[in-house]
Design a protein around this ligand. Structure first.
Ligand code: ZN
Length: 256
């Protein structure tokens, strides 16, 4: 079974002690491909560097809403443009809105940075990887301002109706280990409602480890638990689910 973990942060400090060991082991653990999205300029640079080093790793570059407090506008966009031109950069991300944390940058700044990076995705003809936490209405409204951009809502947490609208708009929906949690009824319902050709799986490593590893540091090897849960929801075999989500991810990110 070959799996595509479409979202994992190997540039994160949680991997400082053993990053190379973890990444080098993935192909033997059934993980064929990984996309590492940046969360600010240094982490985007690190993601590009990891993609250069490992044949199975690809990168996305972007500024995460939690990290947009010091946003400079055009100089930051220019830096992202340079990074996006590097080999194996397959998306702009992760970008979006996070209204969950009180201490996050102001919402109007988050919306400006999100819009600027969706415009960059349109300009560069790259897909977008969107983080939407407690900001479903604004996230959907803003992506609809950019009908030329296609993307994915990662770690999907919205409603069934919103998922169906995103699918109509040509977007993808991606699920993490949250799908395996006891209280994940909403995510399970959304996964059931989205057509199989619009689904991707991910770990969001080092966070969001699936059951039975919940609470531990996550790695892409655990994406198989997400695959197994999605297969169960869809009534297909894990092998079939792995094959389809791998194909979906390759098509979406334009890999091979
Ligand atoms: Zn993430």
């Amino acid at each position: 079974m070959l799996l595509f973990d479409t979202h994992a942060h190997y540039d994160a400090e949680q991997f400082d002690a053993d990053r190379d060991t973890v990444l080098a082991a993935l192909p033997d653990q059934g993980v064929a491909l990984v996309v590492d999205p940046g969360c600010d300029l240094p982490s985007s640079r690190a993601a590009v560097e990891l993609a250069r080093t490992y044949p199975h790793v690809y990168a996305a570059v972007g500024i995460h809403p939690e990290n947009c407090g010091g946003y400079q506008g055009e100089p930051d966009l220019a830096a992202l443009r340079v990074l996006a031109a590097r080999p194996k950069v397959v998306a702009i991300g992760e970008i979006g809105l996070d209204y969950y944390w009180e201490e996050n940058p102001p919402r109007d700044l988050q919306r400006r940075v999100f819009r600027d990076q969706l415009a960059l995705a349109a300009e560069l003809d790259l897909p977008a990887i969107v983080h939407d936490r407690e900001a479903h209405g604004d996230s959907l409204a803003i992506v609809k301002e950019f009908p030329q951009v296609r993307g994915v809502f990662h770690c999907y947490a919205g409603s069934v109706e919103m998922a169906q609208e995103l699918v109509r708009l040509g977007w993808m929906i991606s699920f993490t280990g949250v799908l395996t949690y006891k209280n994940a009824r909403r995510a399970v319902e959304a996964a059931a409602a989205v057509p199989m050709d619009r689904l991707m799986i991910e770990t969001d490593s080092p966070y969001m480890a699936p059951v039975p590893c919940r609470g531990q540091r996550n790695t892409s090897a655990l994406v198989r638990y997400v695959c197994e849960k999605l297969a169960e929801i869809k009534g297909i075999s894990p092998e079939e689910c792995a094959r389809i989500t791998l194909e979906n991810g390759k098509r979406f990110f334009g890999i091979e």
